[in-house]
Design a protein around this ligand. Structure first.
Ligand code: ADP
Ligand code: ADP
Length: 230
């Protein structure tokens, strides 16, 4: 991932908001990047661009060797489905579907047989320790369990990148750390992770942390570099 001079300007009637001023950022395969900063500083706007949900107003974004900054939504959707899994603060599970069906959703666009899908879903549910909950509906699960289902859904298609927007925002501190441990485990196994968080202690799981203020990167820490130089 390579962002150069990324700018995002929103226009609503007469009001113009510069949400991102000029972001330069590189994320390599296997990185775990945390994005921090106060409310309104542009974190979600940046995550939406990184996750190929929005086009920037200006600048260049190279994702897996492709310049994606000006691609139409149809093309972005194709790249997203193949390469990116999403985890949100409010879990975004479908209440009418079981745990199994919620996770299976992420595989429906792939060319897999029903049996292959079943195998992949159960393997993934096992990874998040929820195979015994496959036939349950989300409402029967705790917040932490629901977020684990959401993580299973994001990962079951084996995406290269996970984009997580405050994945622990609705969880108490113990469950939050459980989710961070789980995300870290998948990151150590090779999945690139980009996460927005408000929680300092959760950003410590990341290998790199950037802080935004008024749509600009104002601070950054690179733990791998620190460890290597130590
Ligand atoms: P954060 O995620 O850090 O809280 P956001 O990225 O949501 O910040 O917002 C950054 C700025 O852009 C804010 O001033 C916000 O009001 C504005 N903004 C975000 N999305 C839109 C939109 N769709 N239309 C207009 N303004 C927006
Ligand atoms: P909150 O309502 O504050 O979000 P949770 O519902 O997530 O809290 O659960 C609090 C604790 O109870 C957690 O340790 C969770 O694992 C446990 N818990 C809640 N519901 C269940 C359930 N259906 N099965 C097993 N454990 C549960």
């Amino acid at each position: 991932i390579k962002l150069k001079h990324i700018k995002q300007v929103f226009r609503a009637e007469d009001i113009q908001t510069t949400a991102l001023q000029s972001i330069d950022l590189e994320v390599n395969q296997g990185d775990f990047l945390a994005i921090m900063g106060p409310s309104g500083c542009g974190k979600s706007t940046l995550l939406n661009i990184l996750g190929l949900l929005d086009n920037p107003t200006d600048g260049s974004y190279v994702f897996l060797d492709t310049e994606v900054s000006k691609l139409p939504e149809r093309e972005l959707a194709k790249i997203r489905k193949k390469n990116i899994g999403f985890v949100f603060q409010d879990f975004n599970l479908i209440d009418e579907l079981t745990v199994f069906q919620n996770v299976e959703l992420a595989l429906l666009y792939l060319n897999l047989t029903k049996e292959e899908r079943k195998k992949r879903v159960y393997e993934m549910l096992k990874e998040v320790s929820l195979e015994h909950r496959a036939s349950h509906y989300p409402i029967k699960l705790s917040g932490g369990q629901q977020q684990r289902v959401a993580i299973a859904r994001a990962l079951v298609s084996r995406p290269k990148l996970i984009v997580a927007d405050e994945p622990t925002g609705n969880l108490d501190s113990k469950l939050g750390h459980e989710i961070m441990e789980l995300l870290s485990k998948f990151n150590r196994e090779g999945t690139t992770l980009i996460m927005v968080t408000h929680t300092e202690s959760h950003s410590r799981y990341a290998s790199r942390v950037i802080s935004l203020l008024d749509g600009k990167v104002v601070a950054w820490q690179d733990k791998t570099a620190l460890e290597q130089s130590a």
